[in-house]
Design a protein around this ligand. Structure first.
Ligand code: BTN
Length: 325
């Protein structure tokens, strides 16, 4: 109950940002005592919000910190159902692990897990994903689509389109997609997607979509090696961004495309993906555990599988690999 009241209070102050809201108004609207208000104001201040309190005038929100807490993110999630249920942890090993157990316990579609920092963030193909505190978006989203197992890769492409659209909306930067799911700005990786499934036979129980996005890192946050291949919105846009806003926009983009996908199928998503594709039409090398193939990236199939034509004209279907250009 306390957490909900704090969230409602923050909503009132944010809606009137820069203006005073009287204690009386808050207490009427939230149906709580002046003492309770004061307690929540103190808590918000302790979390980094600057709130002015003036006798007879009330409270005024002056600045908000760059947090990804449930109350801050809920200011940006809009009317959709994605992000209605938020689990926030300041530091976790991996948000994927928490989302997996929430999904097993029956968490509804659209539930998200957010962390400020991950100490054991996971990337694709068993790699680690650097997730330092206060810099990026480290989020896991639970989906429960009623689709056959072999169509699951389509969701990764859908999320990649949504992530690149969100970057364009928030930062005005052009974001391209490298198959299947690397989001690049000027050829450097800014975000990655890790799609994991809970399935039985050929039916999907839950899809746990992990999204990592570099938002406010500066070059010095990256090791020399990583700095060659990675970037952030802040480096490319030359300003910092509110991570909660990035999350809100991202969730709205995902939800819109997802509803469209469930209703009309993969066709439109495929077109949107191809329009943003970085590797199509190029000569690439696909490296996987079973070996590597070099050739011409022809396109993606209806299932979201990459088609690669080798020098002998043979076309290979690539399900999972690293792409080099
Ligand atoms: C990749 O490009 O290799 C995918 C990276 C996915 C990282 C995200 S961050 C949130 C979620 N939790 C994890 O441990 N990994 C994903």
């Amino acid at each position: 109950m306390g957490a909900m009241m704090k969230e409602a209070l923050l909503h009132m102050l944010s809606e009137n940002e820069g203006e005073f809201v009287s204690g009386q108004e808050i207490s009427n609207k939230l149906n709580c005592s002046r003492t309770a208000i004061w307690k929540h104001i103190s808590e918000l201040r302790n979390s980094g919000y600057t709130i002015e309190a003036v006798q007879k005038r009330g409270y005024r929100l002056v600045t908000s910190p760059d947090l990804v807490t449930a109350e801050e993110v809920s200011l940006y999630t809009g009317n959709g159902t994605f992000g209605k249920k938020i689990t926030y942890k300041s530091s976790v090993k991996s948000t994927q692990e928490i989302a997996h157990s929430l999904a097993r316990e029956g968490a509804p579609e659209g539930s998200i897990v957010l962390a400020d920092e991950q100490t054991g963030g996971r990337g694709r193909l068993g790699r680690a994903w650097q997730s330092p505190a206060g810099t990026g978006v480290w989020m896991s989203l639970i989906l429960k689509p009623n689709i056959p197992l072999q169509k699951a890769p389509q969701l990764t492409l859908l999320i990649a389109v949504a992530a690149s659209k969100a970057i364009e909306k928030v930062a005005g930067l052009e974001a391209e997609i490298k198959w299947p799911n690397d989001i690049l700005i000027k050829g450097k990786k800014t975000a990655g997607i890790l799609t994991e499934l809970q399935a039985e036979a050929d039916s999907i129980h839950s899809v746990i979509v992990g999204i990592g996005m570099n938002v406010n890192q500066q070059t010095e946050h990256f090791s020399d090696e990583i700095a060659q291949i990675a970037t952030s919105l802040a480096i490319e846009g030359r300003q910092t961004y509110k991570r909660a806003e990035v999350i809100g926009v991202l969730l709205q983009e995902i939800e819109t495309l997802y509803r469209q996908y469930l209703e009309n199928g993969f066709g439109v998503i495929k077109l949107l993906w191809e329009a943003r594709a970085f590797s199509l039409g190029k000569r690439i090398t696909a490296r996987s555990v079973t070996g590597s193939i070099t050739g011409y990236a022809k396109g993606i199939t209806e299932e979201g599988v990459l088609l690669l034509e080798d020098d002998r004209g043979q076309v290979h279907s690539i399900y999972s690999a690293d792409i080099e250009i």
